[in-house]
Design a protein around this ligand. Structure first.
Ligand code: ADP
Ligand code: ASP
Ligand code: MG
Length: 611
């Protein structure tokens, strides 16, 4: 009999009537000949309410007590859903995370799942019961059996992890929107439904602010090949399938923490073009990349560091064969872009570096684990490799380095991350659930647009440009469990006391920003780095799509949309399948709307999200 895991979010179980509607759907699914495990969230905004209560008592509530408190929300729902099923004549039993045996690490409020005991669930399934499981919570296997939670939005992760552990046929996430949309319909009502999306794309979107799926749920679906669909609780429409490639076999032990990196990739056919001292005002990136797109030059990574005075630097990489064309465009446009104020003293300058290589670590296990990128930087530092550019995404961290260092870097990374060089040895055990083939003809190079208003920007001025600097800096942040995104080093180099120095900027979650600044100020004093600058009023807008690989002009369209609305771009960072821009916080929503329209993603019908 097929086994399905269904998950219902807060709005979907927000009232007695909605719980009864969920019970009806569950019964219908059982009658159609399926076994069912149902994972539920707390009713409506219950968890928010509990958080608020805690903060009325303490400005810094104890994280263990927080888990004790927040886990109660889901316990209410499981009992009510079970009762509603029993009222319909459907045998059902509710289980907390502890009763199931969802074993997590001891990290309160953000625990990762280590493994899930499946015996009890299987026993009840054999008795033809529907199992109703509390999402978002687990238990430690230390002596004390502590209750843990997985982090806000974590019920999605509970559901997909259960589907992986039970080798379910698929996992359905029922929510208050018709599926995964091109962007958040609360901000852009003309957002459209996406029928299918790859797990790589969804991982980026989820991590860049699309809260329709918890990023860790997507990570598990990708790693274990769990077929995943997001659907509306209010209709029978098919929703959105998240498609994963056939995974390499993995153990179900240390489910969320084993092997964050799957692969080491490298590309030695790269060249880097930097433009120094371009004016810091709206329209500059649009102009540059518009011209580049006209010449049909496909750029790979793009970074724009934070401004220095009233200018900043933009750098990008291209494949070596088209370097000449890219350089010609940059050289032609440089004088036009010159900053008026700086005209007498400074001029935009184009710098080209051939013989660079890009090395990357890839894998779906990097989310929320700052130690992974830090380990890459340390490994490179220990191999004596200097990092020229860094690009991060949810599934990849790439470093641009000198070509001559490439072999050494790749070998060191293979060893550090224990990656077998030969993948051919793996075959898929027949018991693993097979996912749908990754055969998405991308209808549009950009599939979705996301806005993240919960980030802050940190910059450290004048850190030494030598191997080990990134390792030290991001190692420190990792030790404090602070995840970073959009790491950008300025291209401009100042020699101070005989040491070449650059600025390095990155974004962190806003709630981590002050702690990070304080910690980095101490480090800066110790290591002789410059000022540590914090800017909290930022927004990050991103476009995501696997189809943008090898397609010139995507960046240009995005920058042009911002330029037309007079929105200044403070930072740019890209990976193969995403482009992110930092803009001023108050311009975030406008930027999202402008970009969504510019890529033709708006539909003719508005999506209404129920309260
Ligand atoms: P649930 O309680 O069902 O888990 P969430 O509130 O966590 O629901 O997630 C659903 C919400 O995610 C939607 O109501 C919508 O506002 C938001 N959202 C953000 N980005 C997207 C997107 N790209 N597609 C669909 N919904 C999105
Ligand atoms: N109830 C939890 C929250 O609101 C978990 C979830 O809904 O996914 O974050
Ligand atoms: Mg959710």
């Amino acid at each position: 009999m097929p086994l399905i895991v269904q998950k219902y979010g807060g709005t979907s179980v927000g009232s007695v009537e909605r719980i009864q509607a969920v019970a009806q759907r569950v019964c219908k699914t059982v009658k159609a000949g399926n076994s069912l495990v149902v994972v539920v969230s707390a009713m409506g905004k219950t968890t928010d309410g509990l958080v608020k209560l805690a903060y009325e008592i303490s400005s810094n509530p104890n994280s263990r007590e927080m888990d004790m408190l927040l886990s109660t929300g889901e316990q209410v729902t499981i009992a009510l859903v079970s009762m509603a099923l029993q009222e319909l004549g459907q045998p059902a039993i509710s289980l907390t995370g502890a009763q199931v045996g969802i074993v997590t690490e001891a990290a309160h409020t953000r625990a990762r799942i280590l493994h899930i005991e499946t015996e009890r669930i299987k026993r009840h399934l054999n008795q033809n019961k529907v199992i109703v499981v509390a999402g978002f919570q687990g238990i430690t296997r230390t002596e004390e059996l502590e209750i843990t939670t997985l982090g806000r939005g974590g019920s999605d992760t509970s559901a997909v992890a259960l589907a992986a552990a039970l080798r379910a046929d698929f996992c359905e996430i029922y929510t208050d929107v018709p599926g995964i949309l091109t962007t958040d319909p609360r901000l852009v009502p003309e957002a459209q439904l996406i029928d299918e999306i790859t797990s790589d794309e969804m991982l980026e979107l989820a991590s860049l602010g699309a809260k329709v799926l918890h990023p860790r749920a997507v990570e598990i679906a990708r790693n274990y090949g769990v077929p995943l669909v997001v659907r509306s609780s209010w209709t029978d429409d098919p929703g959105t399938w998240v498609i994963s490639p056939t995974p390499r076999p993995r153990s179900l032990v240390n489910l969320e923490i084993a092997r964050p990196v799957d692969d080491i990739e490298f590309d030695t056919e790269q060249a880097k073009v930097s433009m120094l001292r371009v004016p810091d005002k709206p329209g500059v990136a649009a102009r540059l990349f518009g011209e580049i797109a006209t010449q049909d030059v496909d750029v790979d990574l793009i970074i724009q560091s934070i401004h220095e005075g009233n200018t900043n630097d933009i750098a990008f990489t291209v494949m070596t064969p088209i370097l000449k064309r890219a350089e010609a465009v940059a050289a032609a446009i440089a004088p036009v872009l010159r900053s008026h104020k700086a005209a007498e003293t400074e001029e935009a300058e184009v710098m080209v570096q051939q013989n660079v290589a890009k090395v990357s670590i890839a894998g779906a296990g990097m989310i929320g684990r700052p130690g992974v990128a830090a380990k890459m930087f340390t490994t490179l530092a220990e191999a004596g490799v200097n990092i020229q550019m860094i690009s991060t995404s949810e599934v990849k961290v790439s470093c641009v380095i000198d070509n001559a260092d490439c072999d050494r870097a790749v070998a060191a990374l293979h060893t550090a991350f224990e990656i077998e060089q030969n993948k051919e040895n793996f075959t898929l055990p027949p018991s693993l659930p097979h996912s749908l083939p990754p055969s998405l003809p991308p209808s549009s190079p950009v599939r979705g647009v996301a806005l993240d208003m919960n980030q802050a920007r940190l910059a450290i001025r004048q850190v030494p440009d030598r191997p080990g600097t990134a390792a030290k800096l991001f190692g420190l942040l990792a030790q404090h469990n602070i995840s970073v995104d959009m790491i950008i080093q300025s291209q401009r180099c100042h020699v101070i006391n005989g040491v070449p120095r650059r600025d390095i900027a990155f974004t962190v979650a806003r709630m981590d920003a002050q702690a990070a600044q304080k910690m980095l100020q101490q480090a800066a004093a110790e290591y002789g780095w410059g000022e540590v600058v914090l800017e909290s009023a930022i927004a990050k807008v991103s476009v995501v799509g696997a189809g943008m690989v090898g397609q010139p002009g995507i960046a240009a369209t995005m920058f042009e949309a911002l330029s037309q609305h007079q929105i200044n771009i403070q930072m740019i960072a890209t990976s193969e399948i995403k482009i992110s821009c930092v803009v001023a916080q108050e311009e975030g929503v406008k930027a999202l709307q402008a970009i969504h329209t510019a890529f033709g993603l708006a539909g003719s019908q508005s999506i209404q999200v129920p309260a």
